[in-house]
Design a protein around this ligand. Sequence first.
Ligand SMILES: [Fe+2]
Length: 184
Amino acid sequence: MNTKEALELLKQKAKTDYLMRHSQATGAIMKALAARFGEDPELWTVAGILHDLDLEETKDNLEQHTLLTKEWLKETDLPEEAIQAICAHNEEYTGCKRVSRFDFALSAAEAVTGLVFASALVLPDKKLASVKPKSVKKRIKEKAFAKNVDRGSILLCEKIDLTVDEFMEISVKAMQDEAHVLEV
Ligand SMILES: [Fe+2]
């Protein structure tokens, strides 16, 4: 499966603007992380785009979140390692453990998107282009700010030997580069 096909699948399943933007932002960060580590950019992008594919159907039943996606994706040519990373991003509910760099990268990437979007929204121009990585880092400690964002998952970047500073640099830049699709 390539990025274009993943986006088409996402459009079929995602009814909300929130899920479209969150998923595309995650894909953008995963692409940048793949480049950082010499991994497969397309595969990592696709996993980012598809990681919450079933969320609108499972949001009230989070034990099923990612397992439904797994059912849908096993009919495709998506490699097992990507399906594993998707399931492991919901480790708390599915019990599917994070093991690989791919798994930790996806969990950290999808969590940080919320903090970056929220950091843009409180700026005067509300633009991703104006977001500073260091400001996003500071927001990690401000628990009342974007309080639904899971700080623990963001800090999983350290499990793949990225400092929080470098992870923020990569994530903010990746989302800024895709601002034309992430901003409405
Ligand atoms: Fe997500």
